[in-house]
Design a protein around this ligand. Structure first.
Ligand SMILES: [Zn+2]
Length: 361
């Protein structure tokens, strides 16, 4: 009896390995991008990793950490309440156990403020602000006279990398990661005419210079840089607009940045085929949906088609899919548990991974 059980266990293990291998060949990257949990949410989040991510064979987790960590290198930039090393290690352990690649994110360059709130970097170091003349409003509304969406730091400020790179190194060390996500989406303030360093300079060159500086810093210790793709697409020519593509002349940077930068190509309104553009430029790319389940399934099927209908050179660049979540981790887990019908990030996650599951059979 014991022998029969052993054989059965071995058989199930082997069958699982075969389906895992098959899935890896169909869709190598199966990811989730979400805010890092708060301290109170850490245990529920590690449960979520074990019970929801692992069975779906999610193999990549991008966690938006920003200032939610008790940095020793930059204690002045910590949030008032921030994750400790021990709490991060709980997440690291859950990911290791389930073979999930963990990639921390700190928004670099753009997204240094939100609505009327300046984030920690520019609050502590206001001299890094690309547009110090733009005052934060008491009541934020979009559009506004300053075209203020989010503040940026000045990529040419002589101090900026000395301040942010130690945080990048520390977060990669504690998360034991081999890649770092720098955000870099929706950068509207760049090359401001009033900036004494950037004024008059080519915005694509400025953007590419910052990507390369971060990439080179990471590459020196064998790590990859991941970024959102929107600043590399021509929003005017393609009709993709100023959010998911660039209308501020950063898009020629696609020909100026190193090819080993991983592109997270987000589109939330249509199944745009921009992954092909990135792959043809030599980049590894993942398509990133948000809250429309049927669109995400279409994007998934496109990604699989791109892989199937490409040369070996191109095929390997179509990496897979990353579900993006723009609420906090706690809210997402609650929404997922409630399981209400309709368009939402949790339903998109559920339906896209149901579709991925079907591909194995
Ligand atoms: Zn500047």
């Amino acid at each position: 009896m014991k022998n029969i059980l052993s054989i059965l266990v071995l058989f199930l293990f082997a069958a699982n390995s075969i389906s895992q291998t098959k899935l890896d060949s169909i869709l190598p990257l199966r990811g989730l991008c979400i805010a890092a949990p708060t301290i109170k949410e850490v245990d529920a989040f590690t449960d979520f990793i074990n019970k929801e991510l692992a069975p779906r064979q999610v193999n990549t987790l991008i966690l938006r950490v920003d200032f939610n960590y008790q940095y020793n290198s930059r204690p002045e930039l910590r949030d008032a309440i921030a994750l400790s090393r021990e709490e991060v290690k709980k997440i690291v352990a859950a990911c290791k156990k389930n073979n999930i690649r963990l990639i921390p994110q700190i928004n670099l360059l753009g997204h240094q403020s939100w609505a009327k709130q300046t984030h920690n970097l520019l609050r502590v170091y206001p001299e890094l602000d690309e547009t110090p003349h733009v005052k934060m409003p008491d009541v934020y509304k979009w559009p506004n006279a300053d075209s203020l969406y989010c503040k940026s730091y000045c990529p040419l400020h002589p101090k900026v990398h000395d301040i942010v790179f130690p945080m990048v190194d520390e977060i990669c060390e504690v998360f034991e990661s081999t890649a770092f996500h720098a955000g870099m989406d929706e950068v509207f303030y760049i090359g401001d005419p009033k900036c004494p360093r950037c004024g008059g300079k080519d915005k694509a060159v400025l953007f590419a210079g910052e990507v390369k500086a971060i990439r080179d810093h990471l590459a020196a210790s064998g790590k990859e840089l991941w970024i959102w793709g929107d600043r590399l697409l021509d929003g005017e020519l393609t009709g993709l607009g100023m959010w998911e593509a660039s209308k501020n002349n950063t898009h020629p940077a696609i020909d100026l940045i190193p090819k080993d930068v991983m592109i997270c190509d987000w589109h939330y309104e249509r199944a745009d085929k921009t992954a092909v553009y990135f792959a043809m430029k030599g980049f590894n790319v993942a398509t990133c949906p948000w809250r429309n389940p049927s669109l995400a399934v279409q994007q998934l099927n496109d990604m699989i088609d791109f892989r199937n209908e490409s040369t070996p050179e191109m095929k390997q660049r179509f990496r897979g899919m990353i579900q993006t979540v723009w609420s906090g981790a706690g809210n997402f887990m609650k929404e997922f548990a409630e399981d209400k019908p309709g368009n939402s990030a949790s339903n998109t996650f559920r339906e896209m991974f149901n579709e991925i599951e079907k591909k194995k059979h």
